[in-house]
Ligand binder design. Structure first.
Ligand code: AHG
Ligand code: MN
Ligand code: MN
Ligand code: MN
Length: 332
């Protein structure tokens, strides 16, 4: 019947943020404003991604980032857009980004928050029209207000996040985030320029039948990893690997499954970055009833030492993360 298809009209992101703010009597609205600033940048980046085949922003930018990766033009454009929105919004004093070697000072020395961001995740998929994303993580600064943010502000453990989320620029564009009270998903309606609540209180299935890992490097997997992948095949699980962490994560969050980026010869600490890929998704998945670890330790408790440090990632349905940890533990 039609009313199932009706948009939950009235529950726009703005209204949702306002209503949630009422849950925090002492909230003074800065975090709400910061979330709005991120949503604004997401709308702008979404429009540029949708046009990237038409205007000259596809392809490589011609620079290498601190990760040693060839920056794509949209990596750089998304980075500029999110930094500008956070700077102009006034709530953020300092940003760390995948695309910048050093901390970025916004000049908002009164800003209470620090943001870690992967402005465009899945860069290798930009020019071939496969889903890509943005991942962000928000901390309250620990250094005194009125000064520039410090490394200490930027290198807090994942358990100190006050909010985390991602945008997935896919068949539809969605914003999924948590402020520590569950996970909610909003779908973007471009003709109205609004995000509407479409996936309230997301809970990930306890187990699943999807495993996501790049088996192209399976020769260099540890014995434990090889054992778990063989187990997945015995169970007739489906192998699904898009090569965009946000897209793989989002599918597994809704359907159940596990995403793995293990250590390998090519990537002795894995490839994914703790501060703006692993921690934000770990916060989200735990809020949705899932689990995230580096194979042995809870992701959110890993002590960060470097802005761009990498760590292995095993994330998704709790029973599946437990299972792969069993296989990995058996090898020691
Ligand atoms: P980014 O594009 O932000 O650098 O991240 C790419 C990551 C992640 O999105 C994806 O899951 C992974 O790289 C794919 O890596 P492989 O090509 O090594 O599988
Ligand atoms: Mn990424
Ligand atoms: Mn990226
Ligand atoms: Mn990259």
């Amino acid at each position: 019947n039609h009313d199932k298809l009706a948009l939950p009209v009235g529950t726009t992101l703005d209204r949702f943020i306002m209503r949630k703010q009422e849950d925090f009597p002492y909230a003074t609205g800065e975090l709400s404003q910061l979330l709005r600033d991120i949503a604004l940048a997401a709308k702008i980046v979404n429009r540029e991604i949708n046009r990237s085949g038409l205007i000259d922003i596809a392809g490589a930018y011609g620079n290498r980032n601190v990760q040693g990766e060839d920056q794509q033009k949209l990596d750089v454009i998304a980075n500029i857009r999110f930094i500008r929105a956070l700077r102009n919004g006034g709530e953020v004093c300092t940003i760390i980004s995948e695309e910048d070697d050093e901390m970025i000072q916004t000049g908002n020395v009164q800003g209470k928050y620090v943001v870690a961001i992967d402005p465009l995740d899945g860069s290798s998929n930009i020019d071939v029209n496969v889903s890509i994303g943005t991942i962000f993580s928000i901390y309250r600064r620990v250094s005194p207000s009125g000064t520039e943010g410090t490394r200490q502000d930027c290198l807090q453990t994942g358990t100190h996040q006050v909010a985390a989320g991602y945008v997935i620029y896919g068949s539809s564009t969605m914003l999924v985030y948590t402020t520590g009270n569950g996970v909610n998903g909003f779908t973007y309606e471009p003709s109205l320029g609004e995000f509407f609540l479409s996936h309230p209180n997301i809970q990930t299935p306890k187990s699943g039948t999807i495993y996501s890992v790049n088996e192209g490097v399976s020769e260099s997997f540890s014995e434990g990893m090889k054992g778990f992948v063989a187990f997945c095949k015995d169970q007739n699980y489906s192998a699904r690997y898009i090569g965009s962490l946000v897209a793989d994560f989002h599918r597994n969050l809704l359907k159940g499954g596990i995403y793995m980026y293990p250590t390998s010869r090519k990537a002795p600490n894995g490839k994914l970055r703790l501060m703006y890929e692993c921690n934000p998704l770990a916060f989200i998945v735990e809020q949705a009833g899932g689990k995230s670890s580096n194979g042995r330790r809870r992701t959110l408790e890993i002590e960060p030492h470097d802005l761009h440090e990498r760590c292995p990632l095993f994330i998704g349905s709790p029973d599946m993360v437990d299972k792969v940890e069993e296989f990995l533990a058996a090898e020691f």
